[in-house]
Design a protein around this ligand. Structure first.
Ligand SMILES: CC[C@@H](C(=O)O)C(=O)SCCNC(=O)CCNC(=O)[C@H](O)C(C)(C)COP(=O)(O)OP(=O)(O)OC[C@H]1O[C@@H](n2cnc3c(N)ncnc32)[C@H](O)[C@@H]1OP(=O)(O)O
Ligand SMILES: [Co+2]
Length: 146
């Protein structure tokens, strides 16, 4: 497998609206998407688009608020009440080949690939098998749109 584009950094928050205000007022973000709920992951999510070089799309901060305390992000916030960096997401051209790659290395792929917030298939690899870093793998959008 070859290292792909860093698509987003997942940042968990107990209060999505407060985090949006933070990125706008403290970090000077000007390009923040409308929040939406992704039921399959029990999160309310939006993206802070960071500037890229010469017109290319920069990477994104993916802001995540749990819709239930009994969820991956809800559980994580119990241990990290202020929120913060939760996962990192890289793009791959072929999600199934990538899944086989990690499984071949004996790393725990969490569940079957499912549609993520960008409308393409994603999966996660267990943080304990990844140097402590919860790692999301996402199939690159076909239209190249990030
Ligand atoms: C917006 C949609 C989508 C996208 O398109 O981008 C998303 O990003 S959704 C993001 C939220 N969904 C997920 O994170 C799904 C994958 N995560 C999981 O399946 C679970 O969170 C987990 C990784 C399996 C952990 O769940 P669980 O084992 O039930 O929780 P524990 O608290 O017992 O954790 C065990 C162990 O792992 C450590 N841990 C948990 N989460 C993280 C994390 N984000 N980063 C690093 N380490 C993490 C936790 O601290 C425990 O370690 P010890 O305390 O040392 O035992
Ligand atoms: Co993500």
């Amino acid at each position: 497998m070859k290292l792909g584009r860093l698509n987003h950094i997942g940042v968990a928050t107990p209060d999505l609206d407060a985090s949006i205000a933070f990125y706008r007022n403290v970090m000077g973000a000007t390009d923040v998407t409308e929040p939406f709920v992704l039921e399959s992951q029990q999160v309310r999510v939006c993206f802070v688009n960071t500037p890229g070089e010469n017109g290319t799309a920069g990477t994104q901060i993916e802001l995540l608020q749990p819709t239930s305390s009994d969820s991956a992000v809800g559980k994580w916030l119990e241990k990290n009440p202020l929120g913060g960096q939760h996962h990192i997401c890289y793009e791959v051209p072929d999600i199934h080949a990538a899944k086989a790659w990690f499984e071949g290395l004996g790393k725990r792929v969490l569940g079957e690939p499912r549609i993520g917030a960008h409308g393409t298939l994603i999966f996660f690899v267990h943080p304990k098998d990844m140097g402590g870093q919860l790692t999301e793998i996402m199939e690159t959008p076909k239209d190249g749109h990030h």
